[in-house]
Design a binder for this molecule. Structure first.
Ligand code: C5P
Length: 227
């Protein structure tokens, strides 16, 4: 088995949440969002080395929280970059070749541990594993200001994290120059010609973006469906 790692990009500012506190540090049923995300990778049936790319403006808040709440775990903290691409690239420089690395948004704390474990297993077989979700709503394409056209939703999939890669594959991908089309790790890896292997995502794995998402997240935790 290859050694396993997770990079947690938490370098963003979370402006869409409309809150003073960056969304990684917002309280979600008694714990900051980022703690819940980190906990997904703790106490799995195998060890996972953790690298967190953190927005410098919240580093002190995070370290103070961990100290005061006795949340003790081994991790590497690196400063977030200008974009998610730059945050992941810097974090990756701490990891050796020959491993498997999951890249998981710091603002996606809602997963079942068995799903986290399963995607690492898929990456033993495949160098690049990416979870996809079908689209539930009808979809329209924005043609121009105020003009839209219906599209066939069956032709589209939503992309989630964790996306999981062989470390050397991800490193080669991240040696490319940044372009704004690189919105996730799969898009960076695909550009190097490595085939992507797709697996099923989960409706529970919400990317916490707006205040409404926090309400939904609280309800999901209370329901016990994440255990
Ligand atoms: O901005 P977006 O919603 O795509 O952010 C997804 C994840 O990437 C978040 O966890 C965010 O904190 C992280 N991010 C980062 N560095 C940035 C911007 C976003 O690590 N410069």
């Amino acid at each position: 088995m290859r050694p396993r790692y997770v990079i947690i990009p938490a370098g963003g500012s979370g402006s869409r949440m409309g809150s003073e506190i960056p969304k990684q540090m917002l309280d979600l049923r008694g714990k900051p969002v980022l703690r819940r995300t980190v906990e997904l990778f703790m106490d799995l049936p195998f060890k996972v080395g953790i690298v967190i790319s953190i927005n410098p403006s919240i580093k002190d808040m995070w370290m103070e929280y961990c100290r005061q709440n006795n949340f003790v775990f081994k991790s590497i903290l690196t400063p977030g970059g200008l974009t998610r691409f730059h945050s992941v690239k810097r974090a990756l420089s701490y990891l050796p070749d020959g491993g498997i690395v999951a890249v998981h948004d710091g603002v996606r704390p809602l997963m079942r541990k068995e799903d986290v474990a399963a995607i690492f297993e898929e990456a033993e077989e495949h160098p690049a594993v990416v979870p996809l979700m079908p689209v539930q709503d009808s979809m329209r394409r924005l043609v121009s200001d105020g003009v839209t056209e219906i599209v066939d939703r069956e032709e589209y999939r939503l992309v989630q994290t964790p996306q999981v890669f062989h470390t050397e594959v991800l490193r080669k991908a991240y040696s490319q120059a940044f372009t704004p089309e690189f919105t996730d790790d799969a898009s960076v890896v695909e550009r190097t010609g490595v085939p992507l292997h797709f697996c099923a995502g989960s409706r529970l794995n919400i990317k916490l973006t707006t205040p409404e998402d926090m309400v939904l997240a609280g309800a999901l935790i209370d329901s016990g469906c994440l255990r």
